[in-house]
Design a protein around this ligand. Structure first.
Ligand code: PHE
Length: 342
């Protein structure tokens, strides 16, 4: 009898089957219960012996039932854990995070620095009329400066003889647009994309400039110099920068100066200062009276400076990057190397 129940308990494949075994052994009508019920009719001596062994048997079966029950519960839990395996405590899978392109970062930074000096932001279109890009800036059609700008021209329809629009070759047309819109006095910067047919280590056909324009009753070159030096100190986060003002010529400024900044190359990386190299970062000068007049501002009353700075150039200097072309190749390995992407 013992072996029969032990085997049945071991063979019960779930809790329901086990319960049946329990009932057939220890239930009210179970076999062991029946045997125990029969004890009353026995002689005292025989009852004592049979009762003792029945108690042992009952306890043994009871223990086996409990053991099997716990085992089946564990197995049931394991099975459930296997089928319902969603683990809400798992950390999420990280997605690659986008980052701000170095040129955009630099634009944000320089906008903030000039804002501290009282410059607001002006904008103009990248597809520009030749009047804004050239004529209004004192570059008439036959002027040689037009050739020097390596201009991209838009197409006109067949038979349309008006001069074609251009991809703006500099941000200077925004000087005219801002003056027309706001008049004088004015203090604006105009960051944005410009285009020229040019390509080498320090030139790409699309690049970025920031135009600066400050017009008032007695703004001078001295104000320009302070403004640029102050900007460079803030932008490059140094106490002193060495700028070189070189006399130059632009049709829209008089006098004009190009400004270079001292740098060196160490281990293929660009370093600011302490070197024998100069990088041109901007053109500048006092706004030509003809330009003020073209924009509807009286040159006998107002004067001021303008500059056009190469944003990509100052980004190269700030981040020590020797080749401008890499800025626009969207190569993640390059962006990561310089810490611009995760
Ligand atoms: N527009 C000039 C250039 O692109 C730079 C410049 C701007 C010079 C303003 C003088 C004044 O090279």
């Amino acid at each position: 009898l013992r072996n029969k129940f032990i085997a049945a308990i071991a063979g019960a494949s779930d809790e329901a089957a086990l319960e049946e075994v329990r009932l057939s052994a220890l239930g009210k009508k179970g076999e062991i219960s029946a045997l125990m019920g029969g004890l009353g009719k026995m002689e005292p001596e025989a009852r004592k012996a049979a009762g003792a062994s029945l108690n042992v048997l009952r306890d043994e079966i009871d223990a086996a039932l409990r053991g099997r029950k716990a085992g089946l519960a564990d197995a049931a839990l394991d099975a459930r854990l296997k089928s319902e395996w969603l683990d809400v405590t798992l950390p999420g899978r990280p997605r690659p995070a986008g980052t701000i392109h170095p040129v955009s970062q630099v634009m944000d930074e320089l906008t903030a620095i000039f804002a501290d000096m009282g410059f607001s932001v002006a904008e103009g279109p990248q597809i520009e009329s030749d009047w804004f890009n050239f004529d209004a800036l004192n570059i008439p059609p036959e002027h040689p400066a037009r050739q020097e700008h390596d201009t991209f021209f838009m197409h006109r329809a067949e038979g349309d003889d008006r001069p074609p629009h251009v991809l703006r070759t500099h941000t200077s047309p925004v000087q005219i647009r801002a003056l027309q819109a706001q008049g004088a006095p004015i203090r604006v910067i105009a960051p944005g994309r410009v285009y020229r047919m040019d390509m080498d280590q320090t030139h790409t056909p699309m690049f970025h400039q920031v135009e600066g324009l400050a017009i008032d009753r007695n703004v001078t070159m001295a104000n320009l110099k302070w403004c640029l030096e102050e900007f460079c100190r803030a932008f490059f986060e140094v106490d002193e920068v060495e700028l070189r003002f070189r006399a130059s010529h632009f049709p829209f400024t008089e006098p004009s100066a190009e400004v270079d900044i001292r740098y060196s190359v160490q281990n293929g990386q660009i370093k600011l200062g302490q070197g024998d190299k100069w990088m041109e970062i901007l053109g500048s000068g006092m706004v030509h009276p003809k330009v003020l007049a073209a924009a509807g501002v009286n040159p006998d009353e107002w004067q001021g400076f303008a500059f056009g700075m190469g944003i990509d150039r100052i980004a190269m200097l700030k981040y020590g990057i020797p080749d401008l072309r890499a800025f626009f190749e969207a190569d993640l390995r390059w962006l990561r190397h310089y810490g611009f992407a995760a």
